[in-house]
Design a protein around this ligand. Structure first.
Ligand SMILES: [Zn+2]
Length: 302
């Protein structure tokens, strides 16, 4: 971990509806726009933002392309520059950076999942983001930290446009609906992240426990290719809903209605997440594989 003193954040953006059919964040942002004192703190200004208004209006994930994969220069200015979400990414990046230089911004991006992910805090390997995730987790029993190494995938997401940020994933909940329990859980998660940022800004902040377990993204598991005329396969009953539980080599992961089973062929035990996530069907992704490791080992190789 870094020994550099932590630099406070000046503006915290709470973002809902980056995916237009994830209504929990949309509903909370709409609530807080009417009740802004709920999300204000002494040491920073909180701003509220709806990520993808057109997708929210249609209750769909996106219009032309995934907004949360649209923040790299090649998306904003490249061949996809005409996409609705590329325009939105330009606007959001400008908003997140409008008070620079001299102001540090942090983005809390609110998502939901159809997978049984519980409370998940998503971050890159930036030591400040990890420290904030670790501190927030102490306030959120059962929450897990899902971490992505530096890559186009993580650098193309909305919160990468701010100086710091966390993604919040809560599930399971179907797409396109609001439920009281998910709403209340997400409400509490945002409050605790804001409380963490307040402590961080006040310097009342301990470095994270180096032994804290984190789940490092490894790769996606695609649905197996099915020859034309063969029956379709789907997630095996034995891993359905078992996000973050160990999956050993040889364990069943897919089957079909004829009883044909496909087993996991990796060499090491993995920890699958986003199992049977509805939003990933169009990309043929069945789930993602992670490696569970102590926080300190993320930095072991420098
Ligand atoms: Zn989402």
């Amino acid at each position: 971990m870094t020994d550099t003193p932590y630099t406070p954040f000046d503006i915290v953006f709470v973002v809902g509806g980056t995916h237009g059919n994830e209504r929990t964040g949309v509903t909370l942002v709409q609530h807080w726009l009417q009740n802004p004192a709920d999300v204000q703190r002494q040491t920073f200004t909180t701003r509220l933002l709806l990520g993808n208004p057109e997708a929210i209006r249609k209750n769909v994930r996106f219009i032309d392309r995934d907004l949360n994969r649209s923040f790299l220069p090649q998306h904003v200015d490249g061949e996809t520059a005409e996409a609705y979400e590329s325009g939105r990414a330009r606007e959001i990046a400008a908003t997140l950076q409008s008070d620079r230089p001299g102001k540090r911004t942090f983005a809390i991006d609110l998502h939901t999942t159809t997978a049984k992910m519980g409370i998940t805090l998503i971050t890159n390997t930036d030591s400040v983001n990890l420290a904030i995730a670790a501190d927030a987790q102490k306030r959120l029993p059962g929450a897990r930290i899902y971490c992505f190494a530096d890559s186009d995938r993580i650098n193309s997401c909305l919160r990468a446009a701010a100086d710091g940020g966390l993604g919040v994933e809560i599930g399971p909940i179907p797409q396109g609906v609001v439920r009281h329990d998910t709403l209340e859980t997400t409400y509490g998660v945002v409050q605790e992240i804001l409380n963490t940022l307040e402590s961080f800004n006040e310097g009342n902040f301990a470095p994270p426990d180096p032994h804290l377990p984190v789940y490092l993204h490894d790769r996606h598991m695609l649905y197996p290719g099915v020859p034309s005329g063969a029956p379709p396969v789907f997630i095996h009953r034995e891993i359905e809903g078992r996000d973050y539980r160990p999956l050993a080599p040889g364990h069943p992961i897919f089957h079909d209605l004829n009883g044909q089973v496909v087993c996991y062929e990796g060499v090491d035990t993995t920890y699958p997440v986003f199992i049977n996530e509805a939003a990933y069907y169009y990309e043929n992704i069945a789930f993602s594989l992670t490696r569970k490791m102590p926080l300190a080992s993320l930095f072991a190789s420098g």
